[in-house]
Design a protein. Structure first.
Length: 257
């Protein structure tokens, strides 16, 4: 009960940030890259995701795309998620655009580890996509900087599984809250084990203006796919698409289900 109340309370702040118009300090995009660390993801596969994201952040074409936007600034964070019963691990928000900002973000992303000596294991259990999306919505709600477009990127290698935690927020409810609050949800389907995962993502995960699914053949192909995905999300056409809101806050959206 407490977790759901916290989700609804923080999500209400999301609507307030969306109401703010462009002003000094505004950014073109706030984006969260949500990375799968569930039990189906091995240590090496997790590192391939982390290294692929860090490499993409360092690419000059990504920096050029960020700086080419109307404000020339993007707020970005990475969120590592797994089962609903397990902790989530977010980075800090990073303001991309100023000199040195891309390297600072890449270095923080690279600091994630799993099952390393002296470091608690990250991830495990089932595939709690709904709780991950709810956590990401809370992150967006708690970050007050106005942005025209809000995006959560979900990458993973399987569909949502039944949560281990009683009362966990499942994907249909979290997706509906994102949709009605104007948050675009995109997907990157890693199809090393679950053939046709991109079809499941397209039908049950993505939502919002300009939403799409990118496919990676396996974890080694993730580096290519995440770079293409970021460049597509930073394109002028994507940055111009602000999703409509159908209610004032995700809490109200959920209440109307």
């Amino acid at each position: 009960m407490t977790g759901r109340f916290t989700f609804l309370l923080l999500a209400f702040l999301l609507a307030l940030s969306l109401r703010a118009g462009a002003r000094e300090g505004a950014v073109d995009l706030k984006i969260i890259l949500a990375v799968d660390a569930s039990g189906s993801v091995s240590r090496d596969e997790f590192r391939l995701q982390i290294e692929g994201i860090a490499a993409a952040i360092r690419r000059p074409e990504v920096a050029a795309a960020v700086r080419g936007g109307p404000h020339g600034r993007v707020l970005a964070a990475v969120l590592v998620w797994s089962d609903a019963a397990f902790p989530k691990y977010p980075t800090r928000w990073h303001l991309l655009g100023p000199p040195g900002s891309f390297e600072a973000f890449a270095r923080e992303v690279e600091a994630f580890n799993v099952q390393a000596p002296g470091v608690p294991a990250i991830g495990g259990g089932g595939t709690g996509i709904g709780e991950a999306l709810a956590f990401a919505l809370n992150m967006l709600a708690a970050e007050p900087t106005p942005a025209r477009r809000l995006v959560v990127d979900v990458s993973g290698d399987g569909p949502e599984s039944k949560p281990w935690k009683e009362g966990a927020i499942e994907l249909p409810a979290a997706r509906e809250a994102a949709k009605r609050a104007g948050v675009t949800v995109n997907g990157l389907a890693i199809e090393n084990e679950y053939a046709g995962l991109h079809l499941w993502y397209r039908a049950r995960l993505i939502t919002g203006n300009g939403s799409f699914v990118m496919q990676a053949r396996d974890y080694h192909d993730f580096r290519r796919a995440i770079l293409e995905k970021l460049l597509r999300e930073l394109s002028p056409g994507a940055l111009s698409q602000a999703a409509p809101r159908h209610c004032d806050a995700p809490a109200e959206c959920l209440a109307r289900r």
